[in-house]
Design a protein around this ligand. Structure first.
Ligand code: AGP
Length: 593
């Protein structure tokens, strides 16, 4: 996923660089800007972070027409040559792009046959040359022809050396348009616009947007027919915030307050929002997502299996798209996504919708593609999450999904009113329990000192603790770069036990009193083979390093037991000198398949 930005207005260079800094969470392999001055466009671009780009932009450079880009590499290595923006072959146009042009190779072959040479390995550069190749004497015509020739997901902004307009082409990848007086903005993420734009609009798929120097903005379909698009005032609370220090730690420390906000928001927004009639006919529930979002579905599916006597299936989105999972009108599918822009999850939602299932978005971003695609939507109210490693959004997903399942189970008569009410009330005590764990941050940082040089770290759990093991493992590996795996504790002896030796660390999560003896056996097995064991549990185990957690409602334990693991991952990564907010090779939301 990449971040794109474009604007017509005053101090455009400075505003674009600021916006790109905010968009860096979407990708930070390279960055660049194209600046129109008179009838010239100058491009400044650099592999690396925004600091490297800012170092090559001349002091005092200004313009009223600028486009910019932060890149997460898909086609082509991380290099300055592959950084955006790209010139067209005669430098009449420059472009930036987020997404994937799926038919770029055939387009590139045609352009090469016409004698056009390429400076990069990217799919995006093809678009720049295509616009100029299609240009005769009308830029808008050239943009329309180009738009119709592209296949895939794309949000493209084009700047023209001569007319001073900006043109955007959008299909599937996010593009927000902002206006403020005569200033016009294009951006991948509404939160990076809300401080500039008085009004914003989400660009529909298969749309061309033309922004003129006088601030006029017009939306067209690919045939050139104008489209009515509604502008609205951006939600300032979603505004981008700057913190001293790491976003990740700030976001972990916000968990107690955000889960209370999730519960309030759930009821303020009408609760389940499915009629009893619809609920009674539901025969199958899917929890579909990627990465941490998938792990939250895996966790709540464990509760749903206890509460409901219907099929409950957690599925990784990219598997769901290409495998055969039954869907009919009695199927309810929760699509879980912090960003609401994850391509795999969006494709899976499109598949369920096409098969007649009920699609329900559980997301942290209300102006997202997923939100508009689904029949229903629930905000998790975690507010802006900027660290690539998702933390508070995971806890808030668990609360929101548990409240949804709780209401479904109660409406279906699978649980009684006492259980139903107790789960709702338990969120407040859970929040206090999480605060107590956060107060153990110092002892967890000492454990991080002990395990930071581990050759591998295995996370073990049974039943509802296994999803927590998966999430703890993902957190650790994605920011510390230490190899890590999660395993159902009972499965280890069927092969993976062979990997246990000195230098390996095992983190055991044991919150179910009924399984203590089983967990004790798994711990003994790995200790006997030299592994160091850390245990997250309300209960005591012999001769292990313990992280004690309070007892909370059985259906909410996952939102508590993950917190020490979030902190442990953070402290290990810090000890290793990693960039915890922007770990290598990753991006905050992956908007390509
Ligand atoms: C989690 O820490 C990762 N950043 C990643 O797995 C993420 O959860 C996944 O890409 C899904 O993102 P989404 O919730 O925005 O759809």
């Amino acid at each position: 996923m990449c971040g794109i930005f474009g604007m017509i207005g005053n101090s455009a260079v400075g505003q674009t660089l600021t916006a790109l800094k905010r968009l860096e969470y979407r990708g930070y392999d390279s960055a660049g800007i194209a600046v129109k001055t008179g009838n010239e466009i100058s491009i400044y671009k650099q592999a690396g972070r925004m600091e490297q780009l800012q170092a090559i932009v001349p002091n005092g450079l200004d313009s009223t027409t600028v486009i910019g880009h932060t890149r997460w590499a898909t086609h082509g290595e991380v290099s300055t040559a592959n950084a955006h923006p790209f010139f067209s072959f005669n430098k009449r146009f420059a472009i930036v792009h987020n997404g994937i042009i799926e038919n770029y190779q055939s387009l590139k072959n045609e352009l090469t046959l016409r004698g056009i040479s390429f400076a990069s390995q990217t799919d995006s550069e093809t678009v720049a040359h295509l616009v100029e190749a299609n240009y005769k004497d009308d830029v808008f015509e050239a943009v329309k022809i180009t738009a119709k020739s592209l296949e895939g997901s794309f949000a493209i902004v084009i700047t023209d050396t001569v007319d001073g307009n900006l043109y955007a082409i959008k299909n599937k990848s996010p593009l927000v348009v902002g206006v403020d007086g005569q200033n016009v903005y294009f951006c991948s993420d509404i939160r990076c616009l809300s401080q500039y734009a008085a009004k914003v609009a989400q660009t529909p798929d298969n749309t061309i947007v033309v922004a003129e120097k006088n601030g006029k903005v017009t939306f067209y379909d690919f045939d050139g027919n104008t489209l009515p698009v509604k502008f609205f005032e951006p939600d300032k609370t979603e505004d981008f915030v700057h913190v001293d220090g790491d976003f990740m730690l700030k976001e972990i420390l916000e968990v107690p307050e955000k889960i209370r906000r999730s519960k309030r928001g759930y009821f303020e927004s009408g609760g389940l929002n499915l009629s009893a009639k619809v609920v009674h006919r539901i025969k199958r529930i899917y929890f579909i997502g990627c990465g941490t979002a998938y792990n939250s579905g895996l966790q709540v599916a464990s509760s749903a299996r206890e509460m409901l006597d219907i099929d409950v299936v957690p599925v990784i989105a990219s598997e769901f798209i290409y495998d055969r999972y039954p869907v009919d009108s009695d199927t309810l599918a929760f699509f879980i996504s912090q960003s609401g822009e994850t391509a795999d999850t969006i494709r899976a939602a499109e598949k369920v919708a096409s098969m007649g299932g009920i699609t329900y978005a559980v997301t942290n971003t209300q102006t997202s593609t997923l939100r508009y695609l689904c029949n229903r939507v629930k905000n998790i109210y975690a507010d802006g999450e900027y660290a690539v490693a998702s933390t508070k959004a995971y806890n808030c997903q668990l609360i929101t999904l548990t409240l949804l399942i709780n209401d479904i189970a109660y409406l279906k008569g699978s649980i009684d009113e006492v259980t139903h009410t107790k789960i709702i009330d338990s969120v407040d005590s859970l929040s206090i329990a999480i605060e107590t764990v956060l107060n153990c941050g110092y002892s967890i940082s000492k454990i991080a000192d002990e395990i930071k040089d581990s050759s591998s770290v295995f996370f073990l759990g049974r039943t509802r603790d296994y999803p927590t093991a998966e999430e703890g493992s993902l957190k650790l590996k994605e920011i510390s770069y230490i190899h890590s795996e999660a395993y159902p504790a009972g499965e280890l002896k069927h092969g993976t036990l062979a990997l246990m030796e000195e230098g390996v660390t095992v983190v055991a999560i044991a919150t179910d009193s009924a399984l203590i003896d089983k967990m004790a056996s798994s711990i003994a097995e790995v200790k006997a083979r030299g592994a160091r064991v850390i245990c997250v549990s309300p209960y005591s185990f012999e001769d292990v390093t313990s992280i004690k957690v309070p007892v909370v409602n059985r259906y909410l334990f996952g939102a508590l037991s993950v917190v020490p693991l979030q902190l442990l991952a953070y402290y290990v990564a810090k000890r290793l000198g990693r960039d915890v907010d922007k770990p290598r090779n990753l991006a905050k939301s992956v908007t390509v398949e």
